[in-house]
Design a protein around this ligand. Structure first.
Ligand SMILES: Cc1cc2nc3c(=O)[nH]c(=O)nc-3n(C[C@H](O)[C@H](O)[C@H](O)COP(=O)(O)O)c2cc1C
Length: 190
């Protein structure tokens, strides 16, 4: 299902969705794909899939000409009406690859004043430290954290259906409420 390409369903306003996991069969990626599928028709969606292409953040490289994956990331976020993320916890905090992505957004101010929400799918109701850390990073990046679009939605691995999306109706309803809250904020700003 994941061919490594970002998928755009409409031009604008466009919600960009990012999974903090690179793992095949990732719960976070399934949640992100499900959120994209359940987004209200007023917003388009684009799932960002190039996290693994980003070089390690180095301030020396944060100048023109930027590495191509970095310009692509910044362009993608700068064109976004809002951003939804879902990340696992590794060793008590954000995965290094996802923190690396977030570090690249700071110089480009790509999240500045952009509405951002998150879904914490930790099945055991954990990952509080990670989402606390995420909030701090997003605040430093100047993002607008949309309270109604930030939710713990415990999602066990067996909630992923054969199509790679979350199949459990209750969890899908929770995911839909998050993406609806983010879209509502976007539409209110227009
Ligand atoms: C290296 C590594 C470290 C982990 N550290 C934690 C942790 O500190 N706390 C936790 O709750 N889960 C931890 N986990 C479990 C992952 O967060 C969990 O498996 C998550 O569902 C993975 O997300 P994914 O399915 O989207 O890849 C760790 C997993 C790995 C591979």
């Amino acid at each position: 299902m994941d061919d490594g390409l970002s998928r755009e369903t409409t031009a604008r306003p466009r919600l960009v969705l990012i999974s903090g996991s690179l793992r095949g069969g990732s719960v976070n990626s399934a949640v992100i794909s499900t959120a994209a599928a359940l987004a209200p028709s007023e917003v388009g969606t684009l799932i960002y899939r190039r996290m693994a292409d980003l070089p390690h953040f180095n301030p020396d490289d944060d100048r023109e000409p930027l590495p191509e994956p970095v310009s692509d990331l910044r362009r993608t976020l700068n064109d976004a009406c809002a951003v939804l993320v879902s990340t696992p916890e590794y060793a008590g905090s954000l995965p290094g690859s996802f923190k690396n992505l977030l570090d690249w957004t700071v110089g480009g101010a790509s999240l500045y004043e952009r509405p951002v929400g998150w879904i914490n799918p930790s099945a055991l109701g954990g990952s509080e430290d990670t989402y606390r850390a995420l909030r701090i990073v997003l605040e430093r990046a100047g993002a607008e954290i949309v309270a109604g679009a930030c939710k713990d939605i415990p999602t066990p691995r067996d909630a992923i259906g054969a199509d790679g999306l979350i199949s459990c109706a209750e969890i899908r309803a929770e995911i839909q409420s998050v993406v609806a809250a983010l879209a509502e904020r976007v539409l209110a700003k227009r």
